[in-house]
Design a protein around this ligand. Sequence first.
Ligand SMILES: [Zn+2]
Length: 301
Amino acid sequence: MKRKLKFKSAFCVILAIVTAMLFCSCNFNFDSLYEGTQSLESKESTLTVHYLDVGQGDSIFIELPTNETMLIDASVNAYGNGIVQYIEEQGYNRIDYLVATHPHADHIGGMRKVIKSLEIGKIYMPKATSNTNTYKKLLTEIKNEGLKINTAKAGETIYEDEDLGIYLLAPNSEKYDDLNNYSAVIRIVYGSRAFLFMGDAEKLSEKEITADIKADVLKLGHHGSSTSTSKEFLERVQPIAAVASCGENNDYGHPHKETVELLEKEGIEFYRTDTMGTIIATSDGNFLNITKDNPSVEKED
Ligand SMILES: [Zn+2]
């Protein structure tokens, strides 16, 4: 009897050890699954901004700390499906806040495919029209999907809670000669960090902005053209880093020498998608990290 008990307790000890080993190995597997990436827990409180490498155009995909998503512009038509694929690869099938900064083809060309393929929450566009087919087709797609357009203008709030705010700082006027100046300008504030997205807004629009424009990372207006980013504006923004979204050997010479030299003079870190690929900035509201040479977006012929 005693022997049997001893045997039983020995068996229990072995069972406990085996169970513990199994549990440990499970834990190990779980950890290694996320090795080198963020744990799900930290991803929830991180703001991740992808300045996509989409040739001569703009497209910025944003993972908000609320687990929602935002897309500012969708480059030209040839990148539409690639942008959708990139977003899906990040694990999303929905854009909660979609912004078309202004109706130029290098910003809205791929947007029809985005609306067709992904679930869309709210759409923001400035009150600016264009006679191009690209623009007309986009409006038709928005209508077909039963979506409504919210007017993008200075003073509007897209989202706000105690940690995160998404604000529209421009356009400030109702009429402009240049379509670029209708650009929706967006400032995202998360904890002690801020990001500014200029669309193609030029110096005239920069001057009109009276709201707080301080930001750690500035998406340069108009692909780094010298028609945007005045010295006065840059001194108000006080960025640590600036990003130009532009295509390799583009016809416009973007980013312009004047802008690049100004950034250098002001000691601002400069990132550009044409030579550095997709740029990704992440922040937990305090810490800020920027990486280059991330995957490009596929282009169709
Ligand atoms: Zn543009």
